[in-house]
Design a protein around this ligand. Structure first.
Ligand code: ADP
Ligand code: MG
Length: 473
């Protein structure tokens, strides 16, 4: 196995990594860092939580350390574009951590939602590394506080999410201002057609590294589906939060509005919860995240976009209150649990309008997720207000195997795992194990071990990402 020492990184960086207690490079790091150090453009595809930040931050810091020069006023030597403020803050923190022994090293953050004035000031003398969200970056350029003609290295992090969030035009405008002679590193959790097209225009003869097939889910996640009426979801969620051995639960809704609604419902049921999503202010989001991290709030409701890049260990449960209509999002969502080598439980509510989403998800992950049928059979109507309890007794123990959950009923699971559903943790559901019917080629399996690299994510007790990431500048 490679070690960080094999890469030929500067001693100052190796020392910082040792202090961060990074012992072994993760698979994406092991494969991308040597290529990036050679000066190649790289496309890196790996699931969230696999260590992509260091995959670009270490080669960049090494380049800066090896070629010391004063940045020009209002210029940056390395530009990192990220989709959200939270993620940008985390990336800047990582640069500071890995680069703490490189001096001088100016790292600036350009993100929306906070005053632009300190950001202008931070950029005035030029910086080595600028981490930015696209909108604010363009504001700074438009206000002549930033020039992009000196960028030596460009990183696009979470490219898929950037496109999801509609940043395509901003990205194109930014790239057009950059020198043609530069190194570009491109990271994404998934590689869609749009992402491929974008990368084709931005990179020069890129090396491609993919350690995570999109079509797999973390092996340690115990996945379940509860078939339910839409109107019963609130009661079902309250029930799970009370019954399951829940340490920290991340609840996903499709919309911001939905997230707020779930918070209200839970609060009404006497359960503390908070939400993070794009309509919340930076401060509100940071407060909610900090409370979630240090355990003051056990339940956090999030939308897909807001949850991306949140790095919280010890999320014991992910609840998909709504199923995502983009199947890859399911993989990202459940990847928020079972981090740091722990096990996790992912419970998805599926009402009849979401049956097609479930089929798409199961097709993508090539697993039939064990399900429990909690449908009352009644039309969801006014009478359902706060229901979910009513129909329940009849259905307890009535855990049906869905006949043909998108797999033509091929993937039959033993019922053992299901029996335990309502009672706490149950054994690992069969689905988490390779199924004979599931086509897993040898290589898919190897790649899959890349998913297992959450085990590299063991961290020391002081979470660097803790409440510590503040906006700066
Ligand atoms: P990604 O961008 O792929 O979602 P991050 O770069 O945010 O992943 O890394 C996830 C977590 O793993 C972070 O807390 C980071 O400090 C930690 N980490 C990254 N690389 C290593 C490593 N080689 N050894 C130990 N921990 C690591
Ligand atoms: Mg990342």
């Amino acid at each position: 196995m490679t070690s960080f020492n094999d890469f030929g990184l500067a001693e100052s960086i190796l020392r910082a990594l040792a202090e961060e207690k990074y012992q072994t490079p993760t698979p994406i790091q092991a494969q991308t860092i040597p290529l990036a150090l050679q000066g190649r453009d790289v496309i890196g595809i790996a699931q969230t939580g696999t260590g992509k930040t260091a995959s670009f931050a270490l080669p960049i810091l090494n380049h800066i350390d090896a070629r010391r020069m004063r940045p020009a006023p209002k210029a940056c030597r390395a530009l990192v574009l990220a989709p959200t403020r939270e993620l940008s803050g985390q990336i800047a923190d990582s640069f500071r951590a890995y680069g703490r022994h490189i001096r001088p090293l100016d790292i600036a953050l350009a993100i929306g939602g906070v005053s632009i004035v300190p950001q202008k000031r931070a950029l005035s003398r030029g910086v080595e590394v600028l981490v930015a969200t696209p909108g604010r970056l363009l504001d700074l350029v438009d206000q002549r506080s930033l020039r992009l003609d000196q960028v030596e290295l460009l990183v696009l992090d979470e490219a898929d999410r950037m496109l999801d969030m509609g940043f395509i035009h901003a990205i194109k405008r930014i790239v057009a201002m950059l020198p043609k002679e530069r190194q570009t590193l491109f990271f994404s959790a998934t590689m869609s057609g749009d992402v491929t097209r974008l990368s084709a225009n931005m990179l020069r003869d890129p090396a491609r590294v993919s350690v995570t097939p999109q079509a797999t889910t973390a092996e340690r996640v115990d996945q379940r589906v509860i078939l339910t009426e839409k109107a019963s979801k609130p009661a079902l969620l309250a029930e799970i939060l009370k019954a399951e051995t829940v340490d920290r639960v991340l609840v996903f809704t499709r919309t911001k509005h939905g997230a707020d609604k779930v918070v209200r419902l839970l609060n009404k049921a006497g359960l503390a919860a908070d939400a993070i999503h794009g309509n919340k202010s930076q401060n509100q989001r940071e407060r909610a995240l900090a409370a979630f991290r240090d355990g003051r709030i056990r339940t956090l409701i999030a939308t897909d976009i807001a949850a991306r890049g949140i790095d919280v260990d010890g999320v014991s449960h992910v609840v998909n209150y709504d199923l995502p209509n983009v199947p890859e999002s399911y993989v990202h969502r459940i990847g928020r649990t079972a981090r740091a080598g722990r096990e996790g439980i992912a419970i998805s509510f599926c009402d009849h309008e979401e049956a097609a989403y479930l089929r798409d998800i199961e097709r993508l992950i090539r697993i039939s997720i064990p399900s429990t049928d909690r449908r009352t059979g009644k039309r969801p109507a006014a009478q359902h207000a706060g229901n979910g309890q009513q129909g329940r007794p009849n259905h307890r123990g009535n855990h049906q195997q869905r006949g043909s959950g998108g797999n033509g009923g091929k993937h039959r699971h033993g019922t053992k795992g299901h029996r335990n559903h309502d009672a706490r943790q149950g054994g690992r559901p069969q689905a988490a194990q390779p199924q004979p019917q599931v086509q897993r080629t040898g290589s898919a399996r190897d790649e899959q071990s890349g998913m297992g690299n959450v085990k590299f994510m063991q961290r020391s007790n002081e979470p660097r990402r803790g409440a510590g990431h503040r906006t700066h500048g």
